[in-house]
Write a protein of this length. Sequence first.
Length: 258
Amino acid sequence: MAATVFERDAHARARPQGGTLDLHEESGLLALDRAGLTEAFLKMARYEDQGDRLLDRSGHVHFEYEEAGAGDRPEIDRSALRDILLEALPSQCVRWDSVVCSVSPAGDNTWNVMVGDQSFGSFDLVVGADGAWSCVRPLLSPYKPQYTGLTFIEFGINDIDRRFPVLSKLVGRGKVGILGGGREIIAQRNGHAHVRVYAIFRVPADWASRRFDLTSAASLRTELLREFSDFANEITDLFRAANRQFRRSANPCAAGRS
Ligand SMILES: Cc1cc2nc3c(=O)[nH]c(=O)nc-3n(C[C@H](O)[C@H](O)[C@H](O)COP(=O)(O)OP(=O)(O)OC[C@H]3O[C@@H](n4cnc5c(N)ncnc54)[C@H](O)[C@@H]3O)c2cc1C
C-alpha cells in the first residue's frame, strides 16, 4: 500500500534526534523483525551499553547493573535507527519540510492533510505520529498537553572516554541517574563516546524567560551549576564538561522519577 510521510524537519540531518533508545523484545525489536530490518539493526545495536546505575547527590551508589554484553534491551542511537527506517522506504515516501497544520474530513471516510495552504489527499487512513503537540490528536481527544512542573535541560559531552575519563567512569556502560532534593541528572552513553545528559528540576513554566537568555550556553551552564549546587563536584563536572549545545526540552508530559 502506498503511503506518504509528512515531516516538519527540512531533511534527515536537520537536527539531532535525541538520546539513545533501548528496544524491547515485545515492541521495538518485534516491529523491526516484522519490517525485515533485524539484520540492519544488529549492525548498529549496542548490546554492551545496557548498564544502569543509581546514585545520590553525594555520589554514593545505591544500585548498579553492569554486565558486559548481557541483557535483552539493546541500545541504538536515534539517528542510526531513523537512518535504518528511512533507507527501507521508497525515495519519494517522505515529504521533508512539510509542517502539517490540520487534517479534515474529505467525505466517504477519507481525509485531507493541509500543509501550509496546500491540501493533500484524500487519504483513507491518517496516522498522527507528530509528537506531544500533535495537530492530529484534537480530532480524537479534547485534551491538551500540560506542563507538569518539570523542566529538562539537555546537553552533550563529546569524546568522553579520552577527554574526561573520570566522568566516563561515572556514566559507566549505559546510563546513570543521580537523584537528590526532587531533582535528577540522567547521563546516558550514546555511540562514538558521546554522552547525552538531562538535568531535571521543578520550576515554573516561564522560568527561563524570566531569569536569563535561554540561547546562551554560558548562562545555562551557570544556572545549572546554581540549581545543582548541593550535588558533589564530581557530578556537576558533567555541566562543566558540556559542549555548547544546551537545549530545553519542552516535555509537557514527563513524569520524572524523583
Ligand atoms: C529523556 C527521554 C528518554 C527516552 N528514552 C526512551 C527509550 O529508551 N525507549 C523508548 O522507547 N522511548 C524513550 N523515550 C520516549 C520516546 O522518545 C517517545 O515516546 C517518542 O519519541 C514519541 O514518538 P512520537 O513519534 O510520538 O513523537 P516524536 O518522537 O516527538 O516525533 C514526532 C515527529 O513529528 C514531527 N512533527 C511534529 N509536528 C509536526 C507537524 N505539524 N507536521 C509534520 N511533522 C511534525 C517531528 O519533527 C518529529 O519528527 C524517551 C523520552 C525521553 C524524553
